[in-house]
Design a protein around this ligand. Structure first.
Ligand code: FES
Ligand code: FE2
Length: 452
């Protein structure tokens, strides 16, 4: 993707003041198509992106189509069982090759001139092939399906990169990798994506969705209906002793213990007595398999993990995978899937489904509130666009900055994870000069990263 021509960014996209302990983000960053193009070129074209989970293409010949960074893709398992990702564009003249969302096929046929490809990318047939004979043997080879340059899998999560020179996936994931391992460890049989995709569009910038996920501060006021419901059913909702972590490379984590239980791992009254017995048995099995300390990490804490730039894992009562696809500065397409233990018993599965749709589903008690929040921000920030008074067109994310000075772990109800995200973002788009920092950066401040 070419660098946008003649792009002119404001001098100050982020203003960080270590004397006054304030951190402010220019609202231009959410509104500007120029920034959007720059993100496509500098982030989406140059880093690892979450494509899907390998259990979505569990069997040979299964395929799904996706769009990442505006590029249509085929995500499939070939007839020999290898997971692959191809650009969904016919090598002949560029037509979208596979026009279905999902299915099973050994062959992809282009509707335009009927060129046909095997699911390992080989050309299977070209109608009237003799017209190309003079082009020699190399012709068919040059017309293979175009693979995405890099594909790697960590714990079933499939990532791709359009830049062949990205570092190995595990190096990129860094400290985020182990939280994905903890997900797989939740059940001895591993996890699988359940059938069905939740697909919706938000009239808001993608970075608002990231901020919202790392924003424990909004939980009680925005989701007060849900909080009231938990309290009524006997769960002690609290924001105390919950923390936010910057994991490096733009990845971040909220660790929550007071926002709800976890199906089959951490019981709470609304799950019912039968589930209590099943949870006890499963916890005993986890202690045995993982050791009590690891089992406690895996089972007792809820995690919201953000893997820069497009993956959110809501490891809460159940587990919801969310993929962000910015479509324009003010629009984001979201795909979400539920990840559940393989071979789970029917009653637990039913409770899981009911619980998940009631909170993180698109019609649940949380997600519509959150979407309304992103959209309300996107509408609201029009009010200050172009305001000539200094500082008017900025959003404040200073909450808890004092902890960065003291070197104290940031709380989930502060805005430290967001600051970490924005500090990484400005480097990632190659605009570090637009971060205006004043005052001495405290010695205790850990550069973009803190880990337990
Ligand atoms: S564009 Fe696909 S066969 Fe011609
Ligand atoms: Fe929320």
């Amino acid at each position: 993707m070419p660098e946008p021509q003649g792009a002119s960014l404001p001098d100050r996209l982020i203003v960080e003041d270590w004397d006054g302990l304030t951190f402010r983000v220019n609202r231009f960053a959410y509104r500007s198509e120029e920034i959007f193009e720059r993100e496509r070129a500098h982030i989406w074209a140059r880093t690892w992106l979450y494509l899907g989970h390998e259990t979505e293409v569990a069997e040979p010949n299964a395929f799904r189509t996706r769009v990442l960074g505006g590029r249509p893709l085929i995500f499939c398992r070939d007839s020999d069982g290898t997971v692959r990702a191809f650009l969904n564009a016919c090598p002949h003249r560029g037509t979208v090759l596979c026009r279905e969302n999902e299915g099973s096929t050994k062959l992809f046929q282009c509707f335009y001139h009927a060129w046909t490809f095997r699911n390992n990318g080989d050309v299977a047939a070209i109608p009237g092939k003799d017209a190309y004979e003079a082009a020699g043997e190399g012709f068919l080879d040059s017309m293979r399906l175009r693979s995405v340059p890099r594909l790697e899998i960590h714990e079933g999560f499939v990532f791709v990169a359009f830049d062949p020179d990205v570092p190995p996936l595990l190096e990129y994931l860094g400290d985020a990798a182990d939280y994905m391992t903890m997900i797989r460890e939740q059940h001895a049989a591993g996890m699988e994506v359940l059938p069905g995709t939740q697909l919706y569009s938000v009239r808001g910038n993608w970075k608002l969705a990231v901020e919202n996920a790392m924003d424990g501060y909004h939980f009680s006021p925005t989701h007060n209906t849900f909080v009231g419901y938990l309290r009524e059913t006997g769960f002690a909702v609290t924001d105390d002793d919950q923390y936010a972590y910057n994991l490096g490379n733009g990845h971040s984590l909220l660790v929550l213990t007071g926002h709800g239980g976890r199906i089959s791992m951490l019981w709470e009254p609304r799950f019912g007595e039968d589930e209590k017995r099943r949870t006890e048995a499963h916890r005993a099995e986890m202690d045995e398999r993982l050791g009590p300390e690891r089992a406690r990490y895996v089972a007792d804490e809820s995690h919201i993990l953000f893997v820069f730039p497009n993956l959110l894992l809501f490891d809460l009562e159940g587990l919801s995978i969310r993929q962000l696809e910015p479509a324009a500065a003010g629009r984001t397409d979201v795909r979400a899937w539920q990840l559940a233990p393989r071979g789970e018993d029917e009653d637990t599965r039913a409770l899981r489904m009911k619980t998940m749709v009631s909170f993180v589903g698109p019609g649940g008690l949380a997600t519509p509130d959150d979407i309304e929040a992103y959209e309300a921000v996107q509408r609201g920030i029009e009010a200050t666009a172009g305001d000539p008074r200094p500082g008017m067109d900025f959003s404040d994310m200073s909450r808890g900055m004092v902890d960065e000075v003291k070197g104290v772990q940031g709380r989930s109800i502060d805005e430290g994870a967001m600051r970490g995200f924005w500090r990484h973002w400005i480097k990632a788009i190659g605009a570090e000069d637009a971060l205006a920092a004043t005052g001495p950066r405290p010695a205790a401040f850990l550069e973009g990263r803190n880990v337990r």
